[in-house]
Design a protein around this ligand. Structure first.
Ligand SMILES: Nc1ncnc2c1ncn2[C@@H]1O[C@H](COP(=O)(O)OP(=O)(O)OP(=O)(O)O)[C@@H](O)[C@H]1O
Length: 701
């Protein structure tokens, strides 16, 4: 592995400036130790660029290993060419002949789209023909024509429902396997199973930062199996390991000297200093979520206005999953001459992406991560420190087409001594409802005995089985019910949302429920980043419904449509225009799914009781009862008796209905419920009699 940072060279120091802001000393920023000449940038033909990538020297070795081993684990620095080149080498070597397909999976949709268009460009073909991609709700491939297919690991899992052995694929490359998302882990377990029936299927597990030993141990065949296969001709079942040495361009790593207390402010100061002292080049900043990002955009815009002369050339772009597609794609557009693009992103840009102009990366050291406690049955999104693997991936977004620099907003000591090597696999810190339903749909009955790369907790499994049983998805034998279980398994959404949509059919309110589901899928439709809380509270009052946030969303949606989807209307009403556009995009996709399932699209007009009943039928597990009026209203979850509070952003904050259902929790000083709706407790028994058995919950009677 190459060393990013050599102590004693260009280490920057962070000092407090007179106003108390954080600044980097300029001498650190102006030093340079590029290992490659920047003249390489921009002039080489695509073919030359391909041949200069470190992975090119390993072309024959990779093809040999894939030929001779069922599984190959390939590790190489970020930017060395794994994702874009290996699928092309495989195609050139004939792995896509005879109508077969080469798949390359990615954990994120944005990466799927970006790498597939790069590979299509390198091959000189139209995207969607020989090279295509598939993400949830979008298939850009052509049957019998597409030979290389990029797709999210979640979509490949869904393809298994129709084709359990994935027979059309000759090679499946599971890229960025270090991310250990639930889908990646499920995929690894299932692919290992498939290989037993299809030894001709080749797997490539690739990443810049994977723990090779763990992965190799997982794919090691058992002694018994090795004996059985001993004499057969065919690929070796022992996994092969290849380390691709070398990296594209050097990335200097800079650390802060002392820990920073406010990483958003520190990130903004760092960007301003880069802009002031450093030569041309775009900046990619990693923060944790929409709130941080909006705050940073606002601060940067103000800073840029204050120092007009030097900063008038900043193009500031947020990037997070809740943004509409067109806005996300702006980050790939060429930076106008004389300008500097500042992309402020969540970890959506952490792996696989090449943003061509990016020379500087600013890493806050944090990301939002899901944590689930099976005992209390509470799942939270928490801002938590990232792992070394993530930090290296973030740094690797620089140095892809020319030398770069990465500014870490944490100390070198912290990186070396305190940061964990890898994150905890998502499987071990998430609610497993979606995972269990998918495995059931694939016919895996013994879920506890499934061969996982990292075992989930039995408590979390039992909790998930229990919720699925109560949703009517599983029967007494823990098999999928017909038709509800099969229908819910087929909808590519969280089972609770899918159930809510299915119930809306019977309750004749599918149009409203689909709108609610779409709005809940974007982070927040309120423009909270603008700062004027009073203005926002007044705007909310204009739409607020006594029933709660879900019904309030319907009022906002109606207003937005009546305004002709106007951005001005959004501004006046403190509504986030991007979020509304995204919600409309998702709504269209959900309507298509609903129609495919035979759901009649129907509006209940003003009858909000049926809307609340439909929400209850999906989210009954999140029901709470008011316990005390202290602290703006203290509630307890009905199942786990956990203390929870209505989030101040909810229209029901301080209204405190006796019985409510929440959509999600955020944890700060307390557990806060976001997006809350009032219910009648008798609906809980109707929706989930097993879940709310009388002996456990006498309060319901
Ligand atoms: N859209 C693009 N524009 C310009 N160059 C690109 C683009 N995509 C990729 N490249 C070039 O190809 C190189 C290899 O990219 P690739 O994604 O294959 O690397 P990788 O080893 O998979 O990296 P990572 O581990 O970060 O995903 C990049 O470093 C860059 O030089």
């Amino acid at each position: 592995m190459s060393q990013f940072w050599k102590p004693g060279t260009e280490k920057p120091r962070i000092l407090e400036d007179e106003e108390g802001g954080v600044v980097y000393l300029s001498h650190s920023l102006s030093s340079s130790s590029s290992s490659s000449s920047s003249s390489r940038y921009g002039y080489a033909s695509i073919e030359n660029q391909r041949q200069r990538l470190p992975v090119y020297k390993y072309r024959s070795a990779i093809l040999y290993l894939v030929e001779s081993h069922a599984t190959s684990i390939i590790v190489g620095e970020t930017g060395s060419g794994k994702t874009t080149q290996i699928p092309q080498y495989l195609k050139e070597a004939g792995w896509a002949d005879g109508g077969r397909l080469i798949a390359c999976t990615q954990p994120r949709r944005l990466a799927v789209q970006a790498v597939s268009s790069r590979v299509a460009e390198e091959m000189g073909v139209k995207l969607g023909e020989e090279v295509g991609y598939r993400i949830r709700f979008e298939d850009v491939t052509t049957p019998d024509v597409t030979r290389i297919k990029f797709l999210t690991d979640g979509v490949l899992l869904r393809e298994m429902m129709d084709d359990p052995l994935l027979t059309k694929y000759s090679v499946i490359m599971v890229d960025e396997a270090h991310e250990r998302s639930i889908s990646t882990d499920m995929l690894l377990g299932l692919l290992k199973k498939i290989q037993r029936c299809r030894p001709e299927l080749r797997l490539i597990i690739s990443s810049a930062t994977i723990e090779v030993k763990t992965m190799a141990a997982f794919f090691q065949p058992s002694k018994r199996r090795r004996r059985l296969e001993g004499d057969e001709l065919g690929p070796k079942m022992d996994p092969a390991i290849l380390s691709v040495e070398g990296r594209g361009f050097n990335v200097q790593i800079h650390y802060v000297e002392d820990p920073v207390s406010d990483y958003v402010r520190a990130a903004v100061s760092t960007v301003m200093l880069i802009n002031d002292k450093e030569p041309a080049g775009d900046v990619l900043v990693f923060l944790t979520g929409e709130d941080d990002i909006d705050a940073a955009v606002k601060m940067l815009t103000e800073e840029a206005q204050n120092i007009k002369k030097s900063s008038s050339g900043l193009v500031i772009l947020p990037l997070y999953s809740g943004l509409p597609r067109a806005d996300q794609e702006l980050v790939f557009s060429p930076t106008p001459r004389g300008k500097r693009k500042i992309v402020i992103s969540t970890n959506i840009a952490e792996t696989s992406l090449t943003l061509e102009g990016v020379v500087y990366v600013v890493d806050s050291g944090f990301s939002k991560q899901r944590f689930y406690n099976p005992i209390s049955d509470l799942e939270n999104l928490i801002v938590a420190p990232i792992s070394k693997a993530s930090a290296r991936q973030r740094a690797g977004r620089a140095g892809r087409v020319r030398p770069g620099k990465c500014y870490r907003l944490y100390t070198e000591d912290y990186f070396a001594k305190e940061m964990s090597v890898e994150g905890i696999p998502e499987m071990q810190r998430s609610n497993l409802v979606s995972c269990v339903i998918q495995l059931k749909a694939l016919g895996i009955d013994n879920i506890l005995g499934f061969d996982w790369p990292a075992s989930p907790s039995p408590e979390a499994m039992v909790r998930a089985l229990e919720v699925l049983y109560s949703l009517g998805v599983l029967d007494d034998d823990a098999k999928l019910t017909s038709p509800v279980g099969f229908q819910i398994a087929e909808i590519p959404l969280e089972p609770m949302v899918s159930k809510m949509i299915l119930s809306s059919n019977e309750l004749a309110c599918s149009e409203e429920i689909i709108t609610i589901a779409a709005i809940l899928s974007v982070q927040s439709i309120w423009a909270s980043g603008r700062g004027a809380q009073k203005e926002l509270d007044e705007a909310k009052l204009r739409f607020a419904a006594a029933e709660g946030d879900h019904v309030t969303f319907l009022n906002v949606y109606k207003g937005f449509l009546q305004s002709g989807k106007s951005s001005k209307w959004c501004y006046t009403n403190c509504v986030n225009y991007h979020a509304m556009k995204k919600a409309i995009e998702v709504r269209g996709q959900l309507r298509r799914i609903a129609q495919r399932l035979g759901i009649v699209l129907k509006s209940c007009e003003r009858d909000m009781q049926v809307v609340r009943k439909a929400v209850t039928s999906g989210f009954f597990a999140n029901a709470c009862q008011l316990e005390a009026y202290s602290h703006g209203g203290m509630y307890k979850t009905i199942r786990g008796s956990q203390e929870v509070y209505i989030h101040p952003s909810s229209v029901l904050f301080r209204v405190n209905p006796k019985w409510i259902i929440y959509h999600s929790l955020v944890s700060t000083d307390r557990q806060y419920m976001r997006n809350v709706i009032s219910i009648d407790p008798s609906w809980l028994i109707e929706a989930a009699p097993h879940f709310y058995k009388q002996r456990h919950n006498p309060v319901l009677h």
